[in-house]
Ligand binder design. Sequence first.
Ligand SMILES: [Zn+2]
Length: 288
Amino acid sequence: MKWRIGKVTVTKIVETEVTGGSRFILPQATYEEILPIKWLQPHFADERGRLKMSIHALVVEAPNGGKTPRRIIVDTCLGNDKEGRRIPTWNNLQGPFLQDLATAGFPRESIDTVLCTHLHVDHVGWNTMLANGKWVPTFPQARYLMGRTEFHRWHNQHEREDMAAVFADSVAPVFDAGLVQLVETDHRVCDEISLVPTLGHTPGHVSVRISSEGEEALITGDFMHHPCQIAHPEWSSTADSDPTMAHATRDRMLAELSSRPVLVIGTHFAGATAGRIVRDGDAYRMDV
Ligand SMILES: [Zn+2]
């Protein structure tokens, strides 16, 4: 699946897509609440009101002044061989993600930038891969951009063992290899691509804005986990570190995104994954 924004292209590489089992993350999204939101079907919910969710990476290609185009991978999913994850099915994955990436035209050596919207488990996994019993950078030619606030939040944190494991196997090895560049939440990556602070899910969370030839797109990251939050911006995810701020961020971003044509590409949105936000009564909907 591919989108074009002016001279920029975005390609979705899916690691896993699931139906149901997501209520732990959005407890207010009961079947009874989801079923009446008809526009969620068929891409984002099934006919029983179960949520569909996806874990995917987005490869952004941007012009580079006549040189080889930039190849930026936004968020790197769960990764293979990882252990100590809180969700049992996220341990010891053996998926074909790297083959799928290469088949789509992006061998891992060709990626020049890795961009993590935040440092949660499902956004940093393929930062590293297991080679001869050691975690090594999956993208050896890339500079890994991580938010300064975000990095310091998870560095040396001792509250949760599973989050310490994520940092140790998926963040520390690329930092130790000298590949990490710590950036501010409004960092400009290149002419067409810049970060937008969308705080609340985590203290340093960012989204990614793409602008080219008068067209615009936004990669959400996790300020919204599922399109049902477009209809219910007040529904915070159990993973939001500051639910009040996360809600304020959704209100602000949805108002902005509905005010002009912006292709919104959801980091966990299944099926069609992208669309435009429009006003719908007191809230909004997404037209795919
Ligand atoms: Zn996530």
